[in-house]
Write a protein that binds this ligand. Structure first.
Ligand SMILES: *[C@@H]1O[C@H](CO)[C@@H](O)[C@H](O)[C@H]1NC(C)=O
Ligand SMILES: *[C@@H]1O[C@H](CO)[C@@H](O)[C@H](O)[C@H]1NC(C)=O
Ligand SMILES: *[C@@H]1O[C@H](CO)[C@@H](O)[C@H](O)[C@H]1NC(C)=O
Length: 458
């Protein structure tokens, strides 16, 4: 596991260099594009830092999702390295506070990784090919969403004022346009996926897409289902499971566990009214702060926001996933800037975001009741969204079990555990996985994904 701050620094340098030196490889920022310029779709054959031609097809581009404000979403489409004519198309989103989807490409499921090595002071970080890329089994459409993430931008500041619902509807608009430009892919099985905060967005978006299909709107995608990893689902179910999880992991004592269970019944864990509960949770928080929540076995070396926490729960969930640099490198010179003033991996509360979906369980129930398949997976060492809470809301949907709790294997060893319900929803753990499970267990996660997306049992 690389030191996150070093990686972030390298990532930033790479991005700055992408913007400054390689306008041929990435779309020209609109500021430089004359009125008669062609649409901003680019085939990218090479990237700075990667030796030789890219061994996969990469297309990048912008699509407008809010004409009034001039807001556009940026995407990276990586064609399947298997059989792109038959393999599924997967829309992929990630979590955090307006985090770029490059996080997913470089650190999780994409075909490129940053080479982690000391920086020698010149050039761009090197990239290497990642063999456990999910693009071996599916074409993946990675989108910088919501507006303000990565290279996605708005000409009018009001365009940044989005939330769970409006950003999901913008993604639906995005898909309509993308498929209109890529009609060959309409026949491929289509899936939506994402992790962490995208756990709120994915099931709602899938429901909206399914409603469009029912209404006969064109173009009609071949929607098959969705997958979410260590998904944010609702505060109560997500946060409530931290206490039993950390108890089971030996991070809090029996006594503290019992004190919380006895005194915090029905309390809001973020604003407890009962004084004994508040005291117990204070002790809980101090212990929790000693570990790295995203993977309880790793060193806690990610730097946190320089700004004080504003205390709002929602913002906190977003922030916890956000690895921020305390001392970012200087901004690139003005002539390097294009669609976004400054590219950052994640934001930190500086852009508005309305959390107007409290809980996504009803969307999970709705779309799986219609026959769409779902894979809900959990890295089992994550304390941010522990598997216990996820397992319990999956169970609460109350569908009969069709494949009872069992091990799933890789190379003859247990790679995790899984259960499948009659609504075609599979819950799976990934042994040794953290919050972004593929970042920690790439081979296991790829095996899980490949089996599931091929309609095979895990
Ligand atoms: C520094 O590293 C880059 C690759 O990241 C390489 O191209 C360059 O030659 C190196 N410079 C020196 C002085 O070693
Ligand atoms: C799903 O939600 C839609 C919109 O709220 C509703 O009309 C529909 O009946 C729901 N379907 C199921 C199977 O719950
Ligand atoms: C589950 O998914 C399979 C494969 O897509 C499909 O054939 C089957 O009808 C689905 N089952 C239900 C109950 O929707």
């Amino acid at each position: 596991m690389p030191r996150p701050t070093t990686v972030l620094l390298l990532l930033r340098l790479l991005l700055v260099s992408l913007l400054c030196f390689s306008s041929a490889a990435l779309p020209l920022p609109p500021r430089f594009v004359s009125a008669e310029a062609p649409p901003t779709v680019q085939q990218v054959a090479a990237l700075p830092g990667f030796d030789g031609a890219l061994p996969f097809r990469l297309e990048t581009g912008y699509l407008a999702v809010d004409e009034d404000n001039g807001a556009e979403l940026f995407y990276y489409f990586i064609e399947s390295e298997g059989d792109p004519r038959r393999d599924p198309v997967l829309l992929w989103l990630n979590g955090g506070d307006h985090c770029t989807v490059l996080s997913a490409i470089f650190f999780e499921i994409g075909p490129l990784k940053l080479v982690v090595e000391p920086y020698n002071g010149t050039g761009v970080p090197r990239l290497r090919y990642h063999p456990y890329s999910w693009t071996k089994a599916a074409s993946v459409l990675f989108v910088d969403s919501p507006v303000g993430s990565g290279f996605s931008f708005s000409r009018n500041p009001q365009g940044y004022d989005v939330g769970d619902v409006s950003s999901s509807l913008q993604l639906k608009e995005f898909l309509t346009k993308w498929f209109a430009e890529h009609p060959d892919y309409l026949v491929n099985p289509f899936y939506v996926g994402g992790d962490s905060y995208a756990g709120k967005i994915v099931p709602f978006l899938v429901q909206k897409i399914s409603e469009d299909i029912e209404a006969g709107l064109k173009p009609t995608v071949n929607l098959k289902g969705y997958l979410v990893g260590n998904p944010v689902t609702g505060d109560r179910v997500d946060h409530g499971s931290r206490v039993p999880f950390l108890h089971g992991a030996g991070i809090i004592s029996d006594q503290l566990y019992e004190a919380i269970m006895d005194n915090c019944q029905g309390e809001d864990y973020t604003k407890p009214k009962n004084a004994l509960c508040a005291q117990a949770l204070e002790r809980f928080k101090r212990l929790l702060n000693e570990i790295w929540k995203e993977h309880i076995l790793y060193k806690k070396c990610i730097s946190v926001s320089a700004r004080p926490n504003d205390g709002s729960t929602g913002r906190k969930i977003l922030k916890e996933e956000t690895g921020l640099l305390k001392h970012p490198p200087p901004r690139p010179p003005m002539e390097c800037l294009g669609t976004v003033d400054e590219w950052v991996r994640c934001h930190d509360g500086d852009l508005p975001f309305k959390q107007d979906i409290d809980n996504s369980i009803k969307y999970h129930r709705n779309v799986t009741s219609k026959g769409y398949r779902a894979l809900i997976y959990s890295g089992d060492h994550d304390a941010t969204i522990p598997f216990l809470g996820t397992q319990s809301w999956v169970r609460s949907l109350n569908f009969p079990i069709v494949d009872d709790w069992r091990v799933w294997h890789l190379h003859g060893q247990s790679a995790g555990f899984t259960i499948t319900y009659r609504n075609n929803m599979t819950f799976a753990t990934i042994k040794g996985g953290g919050h972004t499970a593929p970042e920690f267990q790439p081979e296991r996660c790829f095996a899980m994904f490949k089996r599931w997306i091929s309609n095979e049992p895990l």
